[in-house]
Ligand binder design. Sequence first.
Ligand SMILES: Cc1cc2nc3c(=O)[nH]c(=O)nc-3n(C[C@H](O)[C@H](O)[C@H](O)COP(=O)(O)OP(=O)(O)OC[C@H]3O[C@@H](n4cnc5c(N)ncnc54)[C@H](O)[C@@H]3O)c2cc1C
Length: 404
Amino acid sequence: MGVKYSSFADVDIRAFDAVVVGCGFAGATVARELAERGGKNVLVIEKRAQIAGNMYDEFDDAGILVHRYGPHIFHTNDKRAFDYIRRFTDWRDYEHVVLADWYGTYMPVPFNKNSMEIAFGKERAAHLTDKLIATFGDERKVTINELREQDDPELSEIADFVYKNVFLYYTQKQWGLTPEEVDPSVTARVPVFISRDNRYFQDAYQGMPANGYTALFERMLDHEGIVVCLNTEAESVFDLRFFSDDEDAPLESIFIKDRRFDGPIVYTGPLDELFLSRFGRLPYRSLDFVYETHDQKHVLPCGTVNFTVTEDYTRITEFTYLTGQESDKTSIMKEYSHSYDDPKTQIPYYAILSEKNNAHYERYRLLVSPLENFYPLGRLAEYRYYNMDVIIGRALALADTLVG
Ligand SMILES: Cc1cc2nc3c(=O)[nH]c(=O)nc-3n(C[C@H](O)[C@H](O)[C@H](O)COP(=O)(O)OP(=O)(O)OC[C@H]3O[C@@H](n4cnc5c(N)ncnc54)[C@H](O)[C@@H]3O)c2cc1C
């Protein structure tokens, strides 16, 4: 059958039981569940010209499948989320490897026994590894703060090396911070992995949709109960009614096409944008992606290389490793991180979590919390970072509640 698209102007809102805003994993999962399990008619509105949210992928001019909103690798320990997405796609087993480019030498990330040999030489690495195993046990992840707490100068030396050569500059670039501004609680979590396991993730289930994410979403949304309106922004089609004119007065109801909509409205966009940023914009980091195609099979030794001590970009990803596509050409993508200043031309990628920003978000959340049929869901609406599997899990849980 295929996805049913419609222009918003042609929609008869009386035909729908539920409205979903946004077509990433949060929106698409809820829409599918409400339609399939709940037997509901679901209207999905999406402001972009395409489905699949940040997972959107497409073939570039060289015929290479590339991700347009950041490289996405699926990994989880949540069997329900894993089984759920595999309903809509064949699966390609893939385990992501990330190397740090350390002044032109590659070392595995997270920093592990193999990285230690590259950084300190085989002999000294063997000595340091023995010490790590004696202190913490083998095959364990310890944080650089745990290393420092041991009061052993050699363990502190490992912690200092990882901090300076793997963590600091990368984090500064990613978040636009000076070294002093880097939050100690983040530093505390930087791991050293006492292992030879070079995989970036250790989750039980890992891989990629065999034909890409967009194809997966096309199957998710291919249901007789779902209609998708692209190029449609919630704020321009929702008529918000408040309890009073007070700036902090909460939402009383939402009208769509002149009718009060009482069915569930699952909203997966940013809450501040829905209210036209009346309390100011929520802070995010944004990204620029610069693509290059090369006439060779591979440019990098693995899927992603992080530039931890040099370069303005944070990392480069080479897609054919992720997708398994065979070609004589290859496409890579450099990622530049910058502040999010203009919602018209930029995309909010990473919420900048802090006490102040969380309180700022909370002020928006209080505007919607009394409205019983309104459900904020997803990385934007909840102003959090969530991996795909967590979002699918949360969307399934919400659907459980809505379907009953
Ligand atoms: C650079 C990057 C790399 C990542 N890599 C991984 C990875 O490797 N593995 C992993 O598990 N997770 C990864 N993630 C996280 C992953 O992107 C999220 O888990 C996922 O996008 C969450 O889905 P979502 O539906 O909440 O949000 P999104 O995918 O962002 O979908 C939200 C949708 O809502 C639409 N929208 C927003 N506002 C409105 C509006 N007002 N009206 C209508 N539509 C609107 C947007 O256009 C978008 O399509 C990565 C994230 C980033 C930023």
